[in-house]
Design a protein. Sequence first.
Length: 385
Amino acid sequence: MCDLPIQQIWESSYDDFLASGQHLSDVQHKASSAILNCKSGRLGYSVSQCAECGHIEVHNNSCRNRSCPNCQAVKKELWVDKRRAEVIDSPYFHVVFTLPHELNPLLYANQALLYGLFHRCCADTLLELSADKKHLGATPGIIQVLHTWDQELNYHVHMHCIVSGGGITPDHKIRTVKKNFFVRVEALRDKFKGKFLAGLQSFFRDGQLYFSASCEKLRNSYHWAEFRDSLYRKDWCPYIKETFNGFGNAIEYLGRYTHKVAISNSRILSVSEMHVTFSARGRKLGDPRREITLENTEFIRRFLMHVLPKGFQKNRYYGFLNSRMKSKNLRLIFTLQGHQRFRQRYTGLSMAELLKAAWNVDIRVCPACGCAGMRPMGRTYACRC
């Protein structure tokens, strides 16, 4: 059996999971296939040889699927490195928006549509409040990361946002917040709730929503109005989780979230033929970590809920970091500040150089003779017959 815990679960129980009659989308099937084949040899090999002693090393190829816990470390390091070059001199805020669980059936049935609405409403809320001189009076830089899970892998849709406490004013100057204070949570809550529910109502009116069996009754306009009004009455709870005085710290922090999948191998404590046990944070701050045990098939079901629709971008950029104007905006900011605090460290590095720089792992050192003579010889790929 393989050494990767997540793969052990799929190898033990994926066939049983499929036999249970669970419906999977194409992208969920693809993610499962990737997890089963990752670093197994079925995706091909990379071969290197020592130029000094002739020793040969063979490494199984990874799947590179964005839902695979085995394949995110290098992507995360490269992402963090690119974001470092976008540092400006200001405090930064970690804002979290969470959607009420009453929306879960509707969200899951309309993932691409409603996750996209979620992204837009978070960004519009932050940008409109930031434009007000009571708060910032400028356009900040915003990085948003969508997550759909909690510590027990249940469906819990929320958005992590890193927001700069400084930005560009309409007259092309820089303004920063005072006393490290951003926006009152009540203002975030009310504006965000209004935007999201207005967008949801528009989708209902235009017939764009799909209603699965678990939310079938919402097709009826009377039940829909009752449901919508109950959401307006509910207290939505965005919050500002952290404040950073250095953007470098904020980016390293957000790096934990950007390429995170529902669970990492390090949290999986044990796997048997029928059950998996994994660790989870305590329910309250300061509580000890917990151990959760699930049947393998239930673990697979929960994990696959968090595989995003094909092509959906969970990381998005707004404000002065929006893709269309980012380069121009950053040039202006760095000119006004008089410097660029950080630059990319890994630009142009080979994979061997990146592994050495990021983790001090030197794959050029031969395990047989100890010389730095390992050279790539070639790569094979999976047969697509």
